[in-house]
Design a protein around this ligand. Structure first.
Ligand code: SPV
Ligand code: MG
Length: 577
């Protein structure tokens, strides 16, 4: 089932009347199940009208009794129950957004008809056409079949009761004249048309199984006169199955406003199925049948399977994003406490800093976690993580460590500084973001002075906003223009918290920029005195300068960095609370 045409009953029901009101000749194609419904709904061809190129498509769907019955292997004699028809109707409605006209057969007895009208109107059908024959009817196209016409007054009463029961003005009840099918004279059709119009019907369908369109053209002429007499302008409908040499244009100029191609998708599918089945039998394999078949891929595309595949992949990508935690450096502040252990092994409330981070990531279904260790490598451990080593951790910067995990970057990744703790929802929001490069940025920096001695990574947002009590800031505006620790805190709008996400494209841009810098530059670079000490924020600033778009995801608190004993105390307090 494709969800592309998803529409509510109230959005669809009035569409047929609206088309007629616009003076459009409504071109209708039969459908007998979801798949044929999608075709009738979506098919388009390029054509020409009055020398101009036009896109041609069907305007509405005919839910035919003949093809619904036949596709269930049944004759068209009202033996398929209304509930079964309703199931097909719903199946088609679920995958289409164009108006539907339902073939209501005789409409059954007058009480049953009220229920039929009510149920069809409720599901969003735009019109029902009922034929003036006695239940159970016989299909109109077969020669030599007894066709019993209903008493016109009884039929008119059915129309009245149906019109009274409908809830909206959108729904149409159209009467189908079977006089010509039953071999009655034109006069019988004309008189019946008058009776039904007086009963309040919304339109008349004149049916014919003649090979020529003469008789329906004749009727159309009479219809113009009746309409004038009664001062009515009700829709005229035809079903050109047997007289299909007549064009839609000719029918329209004779006065027909709805033209129904009533059974062609079922008939063509049947023919193709027979040929395919015979070919396989004949050749005792299916190779020769291939040209007769659509590809499986084409069917998958039509019914929405490829959309599902794409969503699955997107889901998978936002679930299984690799996380890189560069944690190789030696920490001077906690040197004593750590006694040779890396900082990630600092204990806070009975768990290491790294274990807290792993927990937050796992809580968000992120399990592909790689820590880049260096100092105290042998003492770095946590359950369910990969450890890579930066043997040169003493000489390089944190960025060197990050790029030790380069293989994990290819399809996009999250980078997490090793000394921060945060609430689960920060990672949850970050994982769902679609931007190529996105940094998590705290806006509380606007409201307080930085602590003495703390080196913070500041951000200046592209569209600087003064803090205001109320404002709307759209995500697309959240672009970083400057990042670095040497930015004057007073001009900063945010603080980078040490968490960033790169999409596949974002990671490619990051790697490309990094490789270029390392290869082609020396000495002082961005805020670093030497290229060997290049920071993450230097690289991001360079990317911004090169024109790459760097977004930020704004948060307000909900995280802690662990730079000194005071921070540990704060973290312990938060966890115990
Ligand atoms: C149908 O499509 O079921 C119709 C039209 O009622 S016809 O088969 O021509 O009677
Ligand atoms: Mg029918």
């Amino acid at each position: 089932m494709t969800l592309l045409n998803n529409i509510l009953p109230e959005q669809r029901r009035g569409k047929l009347k609206a088309l007629l009101k616009m003076g459009k000749t409504v071109r209708v194609l039969e459908a007998h199940n979801g798949l044929s419904g999608i075709i009738a709904n979506n098919i388009q061809v390029e054509g020409e009208s009055e020398g101009k190129p036009v896109i041609r498509e069907f305007d509405a769907i005919w839910e035919s009794s003949l093809t619904d019955s036949a596709s269930k292997g049944h004759p068209d004699i009202e033996v398929v129950t209304f509930d079964s028809r309703l199931q097909t109707i719903n199946e088609i409605l679920a995958v289409t957004n164009k108006p539907m006209i339902v073939d209501g057969d005789t409409g059954g007895d007058v009480n049953a008809f009220e229920y039929t009208v009510s149920k069809l109107e409720r599901v969003g059908v735009s019109a029902i056409i009922i034929e003036d024959k006695v239940f159970p009817k016989r299909n109109s196209l077969e020669a030599g079949v007894q066709q019993n016409l209903e008493d016109p007054e009884i039929f008119a009463q059915k129309i009245r009761r149906g019109k009274e029961i409908q809830n909206t003005d959108d729904f149409m009840i159209i009467a189908r004249l079977e006089s010509l099918i039953a071999g009655k004279p034109m006069e019988d059709a004309v008189n019946r048309a008058k009776t039904y119009l007086r009963a309040g019907v919304d339109g008349i369908m004149i049916h014919s199984k003649s090979k020529s369109s003469d008789e329906i053209f004749q009727f159309a002429q009479h219809y113009k006169e009746i309409s004038k007499q009664l001062n009515l302008n009700k829709t005229l409908v035809c079903v050109p199955t047997t007289y299909n040499q007549t064009t839609e244009k000719e029918l329209a100029s004779a006065g027909f406003q709805i033209i129904i191609h009533a059974n062609h998708l079922l008939r063509s599918a049947y023919k193709a199925m027979l040929e395919t089945a015979q070919t396989i039998l004949r050749d005792q394999r299916s190779l020769e049948a291939d040209p007769l078949c659509s590809t499986v891929g084409e069917i998958f595309k039509t019914v929405g399977f490829l959309d599902v595949k794409e969503k699955d992949q997107e889901n998978e990508q936002s679930k299984n994003i690799p996380v890189l935690i560069p944690a190789a450096g030696e920490d001077p502040i906690f040197k004593k406490t750590l006694n040779g252990k890396p900082k990630a092994m600092l204990e806070i409330c009975g768990k290491t800093l790294l274990e807290h981070q792993v927990q937050t990531l796992n809580n968000n279904d992120l399990a592909d976690i790689t820590v880049i260790a260096g100092y105290g490598r042998d003492q770095m451990h946590a359950e369910g993580i990969n450890i890579l080593e930066n043997p040169d951790f003493k000489n390089g910067s944190m960025l060197n460590s990050l790029f030790v995990g380069k293989k994990k970057m290819n399809n996009g990744f999250i980078m997490l500084y090793s000394d921060i703790l945060m609430e689960d929802n920060i990672i949850k929001d970050l994982a769902s973001r679609k931007e190529d490069i996105i940094l998590v940025a705290d806006n509380s920096t606007q409201y307080h002075e930085p602590q003495e001695g703390n080196i913070l990574d500041f951000i200046i947002a592209k569209n600087q906003h003064k803090p205001a009590r109320r404002e709307i800031r759209f995500a697309s505006e959240n672009v970083v223009s400057k990042i670095g620790s040497k930015i004057n805190p007073e001009t900063a709008s945010h603080e980078f918290i040490g968490v960033a996400r790169f999409s596949k494209t974002g990671a490619e841009q990051l790697i490309e920029t990094y490789n270029d810098i390392v290869k082609n530059y020396q000495g002082q670079f961005q805020e670093s005195d030497d290229i060997s000490q290049l920071n993450f924020t230097d690289l991001i600033q360079e990317m911004i300068d090169r024109g790459f778009l760097v977004h930020f995801m704004e948060i307000h608190k909900g995280w802690l960095e662990i730079h000194n004993e005071e921070h540990i105390a704060l973290a312990e307090k938060s966890f115990s609370e």
